[in-house]
Ligand binder design. Sequence first.
Ligand code: TAP
Length: 474
Amino acid sequence: MKQLDKFYVNGRWVAPAACTFADVINPATETVSGRIALGTPEDVDLAVLAARRAFASWSESSVSERLDLLGAILAEYTKRTEDLADAVTEEMGAPRSFAGHLHVGLGTWHLQAAIEILKHFQFEEQRGATLLRREPIGVCGLITPWNWPINQVAVKVFPALATGCTMVLKPAQLAPYSAQILAEILDAAGTPAGVFNLVQGKGSVIGTALSRHPDVDMISFTGSAEVGVQIQKDAAETIKRVGLELGGKSAWIVLDDADLAANVGKATGAMMSNSGQTCSAGSRLLIPADRVDEAVGVARSVAEQVAVGNPAGNVAMGPVVSGGQFDVIQRYIAKGVDEGATLVAGGLGRPDGLDSGYFVKPTVFLGDNSMTIAREEIFGPVLTMIPYKDLDEAVAIANDSNFGLSGYVTGADASEATAIAKRIRTGAVHVNGGFDIMAPFGGYKRSGNGREWGDFGFHEFLETKAIVGAAAAS
Ligand code: TAP
């Protein structure tokens, strides 16, 4: 039983201001795996004060000092990868091998990317008579969700460190373990006191206190649109920058060619990974109307073969994160049936043989884009297949969404797929499974306003200063 009863503030593990605790539930067993202390606004004040004091020197640190620190963090992170993977499996239920390779792997890759970018990043640039300087924005409040707990923390903490910012991290209550280990890693790497601070607790308390805090210069938030709206309201009074990475309802367009069956299979499998709890998941699968039967047959067969079970074992899909999330997903599945969508695979209830744990059946519907299951983010292993008559209609359906996070186009002709990708109004489109750790990640429309990953992630944490008429560097 884990006991997280200290916060990391000003380079030390300190007792919280008040002694209130919350249980952490293992979603595979529904049993209590540990307890975390719940912070108060007083804890936030101390952490922000530490970050403010540390900003004076860290913002002036040299690139080589920051590279030394990031290198030391990479060494410590590498030592703790097994612990991190165990933590992710325990806190949010990702299969252990998947947690190790992808959840923890993404943290390594983002850290390596930050190091490479920092080596060459132009913090100063002479443009005519003006010296442009990119300066750290200041003290940052980082608020993260539970679904990719290390990745979401990594894409904020590493660029913030690299650009000379100081920070207070508030991870999701449901997934506190991996963030706590990350704080231990930063401590072991010798992060200067106050540069990184961690306060655990409720979003409505810690998140609100950070968003409203007069001495926090920026909030970087990943999570739901509803909370994103609230944070913007809370931050408005102090005019702080608010970076938002929100939800999605991304379309995956399968082109009408010889690769159709293989691509429907890939899209269905991808939807079920991480139990469908991925903001950029291709949760609307757009298929040619005259090949519906073939596509439905492939999707059914793939969904029915997904091995669901104890994430410690050799499974493709573990549980969803919590009882609350399980109930939300069940309601969406019921709504899909009520609204007349055809159930292709899965459905209500747990998979056969699983009587406890928050396990959901890999579920596929055939429906249309007006249905709730096509319009709202379910955040579970539920795929909605939608037929299209021609490519103009496919693009129109893809763009007919309040969200604009991601998109996918797969087909034999990469040029044709790329031309379609250009017409989709989202922050990213993946052609034939393309993946790039340096590519910017973020959304159009209600999917947010920022761009993380790669050098775009650095710009999130920088202010631009113009020194007009600056003396040329000697
Ligand atoms: P949320 O409920 O929005 O929670 C995200 C974080 O915000 C948590 O740490 C939460 O704390 C905190 N929070 C809650 N209320 C707050 C408030 N009033 N002020 C400040 N912070 C507050 O999201 P979730 O359920 O954890 O994650 C799922 C959502 O995140 C989905 O919509 C998903 O699409 C989105 N997401 C987006 C992306 C990108 S990059 N676009 C990536 C991953 C996830 P508690 O832990 O106490 O609730």
